[in-house]
Design a protein around this ligand. Structure first.
Ligand code: ADP
Ligand code: ZN
Length: 719
């Protein structure tokens, strides 16, 4: 029996539970990180507020202790509640994103890590696993044992043995890497008149959302850096979200030039030590500027004064698994809760954002011209129905001659094909059997460099079989269609003297290698570059004058809601790589449908025309941004139970004016990682909130443990 006058507190745990649990305690306050008993374990959670009183004080367990970290600010707690309410995710699952580094919360202790030995003994045995350990250490900071073992894919025993053999040496890591302070008064470049005007307008706004809309190369980054500088001068923290954090090498360099120091980084490629350091520095206000992926939004900033969402149209901002949320939209919410400005940046803004501009909810600033008079590239379509590539070839004669001219002039060219591997489909010539993934509704993609067939959805890998499992024919498999590897083969045969490089997310080992490759390209050590969308993003290659898009129609095939919008954004972004410096650029789009609105908009540089067309289409069909969508995805290994539950949900589906429910239907990806999948799509008018409806709906059917449910508000993927 407790004899002290304790209070009760609601504590939110970073677990997918329905809500807070009450605990008794003394001397704790809302926002404190506390350790509490949960069943037989101890768990770290956050004091959310006064207890609910549902359980009598005498029966409550006590808070065990308070952690020595700054409390989670009130604004962050409100944000977590709002994100949970909007996405229908358990608040604890959202909290987990805000405290994703449990190590950061633990009391400070020495962390020891391994580095390469400075004088490794000669003649030590180097097995493949030992080599991998050395490779990992050669390419990055010292790492603690567990992390090193995981990254190198070896057991911890290997690491111990290597230490004994003197191949690696222990170091103790500093607890707090000093975060240099970016300097808001550090001199920036001289802005052009347009840039200055936009920058001044950004600085003048103390809240609200602004779209910074400018063609690629117009200096949007330099302009929003001015807003970051203003936030720093005002003593505030600033957050910049980037969609593809592995590609930020050039961005970080520019930031450092502009502010004299690096920002704190937050993304999945950080080591646990870097993570801990960054989290603490952000929480105690030491880190003034944070650049990160979408999850950086949930960090415990005590004093956030600005959020920038660069490339706001990027689909990478939508998180699909776990808590599914759109980071751009949540950034707007975070900014609104704190009454701070949010800047959305893009050369091809999303229709959602443009609609918010025209409804007067967001303001917009334009940067109409490329910096320093660089011209926008000329775009032309190559009609593949007339200008045909040879059989089993993918480059049309027109594109080949353009490549000849460009390479002959000593300039750089890029061939863009958004498909990894050698061929997207392998089939048996004898019976037509297609090689499918055993776990997913998907074809296996041949990767010749690794000699494997791969599923791009679940990671399944296999060797190409000798004989067909259906008809028994031997050596009958044929590759269908091109991937970048196959294209590289074709290009190498056409231009044997050109220095070539292929750039995809999977062929280069990690962000460091990507960034090295990008630097090599920028230095013109490569003549002909072949790549997937990883090359489309934000790079500045001064000598690149020709972009050939091998299959401009690729993204239109699936036909989902945003197919046209997305294809345009991607093509525009790839096209923007051409002619960024003095030499004019040229873009050639290979297409079977040159009259498609997307191709026409590309060729005549008529973005507004395409937007008007798309908005009209969406309005007609009451699709976003004019209507709302929410998806329910049910999945299970047990198909029978799955269909039973899907039918039960269908019987009690919401209905009413302005509301419709499609499904249950097998998802286009009817099987993923061995689980069967069924989808519902709820569509409603923009003035109806889908969340309460879905909550009521789901309350009517009890889900068995074997059936998993994912709710996706504002879905971007319909697979
Ligand atoms: P965007 O983000 O709109 O694509 P960037 O900010 O990347 O454009 O600018 C394109 C290039 O022009 C970059 O290399 C950048 O450093 C340069 N640049 C833009 N504005 C200026 C300026 N005012 N002074 C010097 N260089 C500039
Ligand atoms: Zn698969």
């Amino acid at each position: 029996m407790a004899d002290s006058p304790a209070n009760t507190y609601a504590v939110l745990l970073p677990l997918p539970l329905a809500g807070c649990y009450d605990y008794a305690g003394e001397d704790v306050a809302a926002g404190d990180f506390v350790v509490v008993p949960l069943g037989s374990r101890e768990q770290v959670g956050v004091v959310w507020g006064p207890g609910t009183g549902e359980v009598a004080l005498a029966r409550l367990k006590y808070v065990i202790g308070r952690l020595d970290v700054p409390p989670l600010p009130e604004i962050c707690r409100r944000f977590i509640d709002r994100v949970a309410a909007y996405t229908l995710a358990p608040p604890g699952a959202v909290l987990r994103m805000a405290m994703s580094v449990s190590a950061a919360l633990e009391p400070t202790r020495e962390i020891s890590a391994w580095r390469l030995a400075s004088n490794p003994p000669g003649g030590a045995k180097l097995t493949a696993s030992r080599k991998r350990v050395l490779d990992v250490l050669a390419d990055g900071p010292p790492r603690p044992t567990g992390e090193l073992a995981r990254e190198a894919g070896v057991g911890t025993g290997v690491i111990k043995a290597m230490a004994e053999a003197g191949l690696i040496a222990a170091v103790s890591l500093p607890q707090r890497l000093p975060f240099a302070l970016p300097d808001g008064d550090h001199a920036g470049p001289l802005l052009s008149a347009d840039q200055r005007k936009a920058a001044d307008a950004l600085i003048a706004r103390s809240s609200g959302v602004t779209l910074l809309d400018g063609v690629t190369g117009s200096g949007k980054t330099e302009v929003y850096f001015e807003a970051v500088a203003a936030a720093l001068r005002a003593g505030k923290q600033a957050l910049v979200l980037l969609p593809e954090i592995a590609l930020t090498g050039q961005w970080l360099e520019r930031f450092e030039q502009r502010f004299g120091a690096r920002p704190a980084e937050w993304h999945s490629d950080l080591s646990s030590v870097e993570r801990r350091t960054a989290w603490r520095a952000i929480a105690n206000g030491q880190a003034r500027v944070v650049v990160g992926a979408r999850s950086a939004l949930f960090l415990p900033y005590p004093d956030l004064g600005l959020i920038v969402v660069d490339e706001e149209h990027e689909q990478a901002y939508k998180q699909e698994d776990g808590v599914s949320y759109q980071a751009r939209d949540m950034a707007v919410l975070r900014g609104h809760l704190a009454s701070i400005p949010v800047i959305l940046v893009s050369a091809t803004p999303s229709l959602e954002t443009l609609q918010n501009v025209s409804a007067g909810r967001y303001t917009t600033l334009h940067l109409p011209d490329r910096h320093a008079g660089a011209a926008l590239p000329k775009v032309a379509a190559i009609d593949l129905r007339r200008d045909r590539p040879a059989r089993q070839r993918w480059l049309s004669p027109a594109l080949v001659s353009a490549l000849e001219l460009t390479l002959g002039a000593g300039e750089q060219a890029l061939l863009f094909l958004n498909r990894r591997g050698y061929a997207p489909l392998t089939l048996c010539r004898a019976c037509g059997h297609r090689l499918n993934c055993p776990n997913c509704t998907a074809w296996l993609v041949e990767h010749r460099l690794t000699g494997r067939l791969q599923c791009h959805h679940c990671g399944y890998q296999a060797r190409l079989p000798e004989t067909c499992s259906q008809c028994g024919a031997a050596g009958s498999f044929a590759a269908c269609g091109p991937g970048v590897e196959r294209l590289a083969e074709e290009a190498a045969a056409l231009f044997p003297a050109a220095r070539m490089a292929t750039l995809t997310s999977d062929t280069l080992g990690g962000p460091r290698a990507v960034s090295e490759m990008i630097d090599r390209i920028a230095r013109h050590e490569v003549d002909l570059l072949i790549g997937t969308q990883i090359v489309a993003k934000g790079h500045h290659f001064p000598m690149l004058t020709l972009v050939g898009v091998v299959d401009a129609d690729l993204g239109l095939a699936g036909g989902d809601l945003r197919a046209a919008e997305r294809t345009y954004q991607l093509l525009h972004q790839v096209a923007g790589r051409a002619g960024r410096a003095e030499r004019p650029g040229q873009v050639l789009l290979q297409t079977y449908d040159p009259d498609h609105p997307v191709m026409r908009a590309m060729v005549s540089d008529d973005r507004d025309g395409l937007i008007a067309y798309e908005l009209a289409e969406r309005r007609t069909h009451a699709m976003p941004p004019f209507g709302r969508l929410a998806a329910l995805i049910l999945s299970s290994h047990d198909q029978e139970r799955l269909d039973q539950i899907a039918r039960a949900l269908a019987r009690v589906a919401p209905s009413g004016p302005g509301i419709s429910v499609l499904g249950p239907a097998p998802a286009p990806m009817a099987m993923l990682r061995g689980r069967h999948r069924r989808r519902f799509l709820l569509k409603c008018r923009r003035d109806i909130a889908p969340q309460p409806m879905i909550r009521d709906w789901l309350a009517k059917v009890k889900l068995p443990g074997v059936v998993r449910l994912q709710v996706d508000i504002d879905p971007y993927s319909f697979l």
